[in-house]
Ligand binder design. Sequence first.
Ligand SMILES: *Cc1c(COP(=O)(O)O)cnc(C)c1O
Length: 443
Amino acid sequence: MPAELIEWEKRLLADDGPLRTIAQSVGGPFHVMFPDRIVENISKFKDAFEASGVTGFIYYGKKANKSACVIEACATAGAGVDVASARELSAALRGGIDGSNLMVTGPAKSDELLMLATEKNALIAIDSPSELDRLSELSHRRGADTRARIVLRVLPKDSTSRFGMTDAELDNIWDQLDDAPVRLEGFSFHLSGYEVAPRAELAQTLIDWCLKARVNGHAANLISIGGGFSVKYIAAEYWNSFLEHATPSWFHGGRAPSLDSYYPYYCKAPGPQMLTAILEHNDLGDRLRKNDIRLAIEPGRALLDRAGSTVFRVQGTKTREAHGLPYEILTVDGTSLSLSEQWFDTEYLPDPVLWPESVGTMTPTCIGGASCLESDMLSWRRIPLQRAAVVNDLLVYPNTAGYQMDSNESEFHELPIPPKIILRDSTAGPQFEWTPEIDPRKT
Ligand SMILES: *Cc1c(COP(=O)(O)O)cnc(C)c1O
């Protein structure tokens, strides 16, 4: 399942690239981030808005990656940030995002987060009538002179999601709103899955809610359709062939995840193309323009597409046999906590690159982490590496910036958390300049 690599990723893997130097300098597993790519991803979403004539705004779904370099890229490219905790909010402000360009989501937010958001003029997605009550009460108690900017999060019909408000709750909210020190700017949702049609259709319902809100005296002129913009990790041929042929015998110990557990590693219309498809579905874009309603989106993963990789060093090798055929089990110097997909009863499928990239005898290989847990496997699948790995080789897992690298990391076994190395184009030539990112939470 080879990943489709882009220019900077190939340059990182080049023989004269910086991989060996970084690996020797860090002396353990590490992540690389290439923030210029995030700026590029944001500008492609902006182009999609521009082509449609709809006024749009992008909030980066911050939970997808903790790195401060993502926030800086958002500030550079003119995107806002979607946060769900007081610390995420503070990190976004520190990174140069204006408070008014923050969206605050999450259920029943803490008093601290609600007040901080109000103070900084952030847009707050209210998840329930009781949360609206609490926000009002806090504002009154504080004697706040600013009205909190809010959108109301809508629970999709027939959904079992624990987030958002039912139609009945929304129908009854107008009196409560009249007494609340807030400014209702619109409505929001976030759907799981990566489909165009359900998003476009629910967006139509949100426009209806905006029109109802206007009748009730609110200036509602914004809808937010959340995140879930898909990423294309691998080519269609590999993905389709995997879905057709994969069997448990491809996996160490026969431990194959069920087919429906995988992220859809191939998609026809990734990221910005998916936004275009949503805007074109049943003329959603036209209706937004005619009613003077702005469209906000909250992509996390899609803004990080091909913006980072994760590098491990091979620490040990052993040979096993299954179905009469030998295969290798490697142990690397980090854990699967740096590859979060492994912790959701599924597997991260894009192949790691064995580096240096010399070619020998194709060798089926699975990859284990440095911990004492049977379940700590980075790849249960026997990956056909282009040669047998040896100790001190590197394994580069591609495209890990979105949710893979740091959402589950901990200092398990007292192993240090892999540092992030920021790569920037060198002004002097084709090489990169690289610097370890200092985690401001630890200073
Ligand atoms: C997680 C989340 C996002 C980002 O989702 P992606 O799939 O990374 O695009 C956006 N909005 C909300 C409310 C979320 O919970």
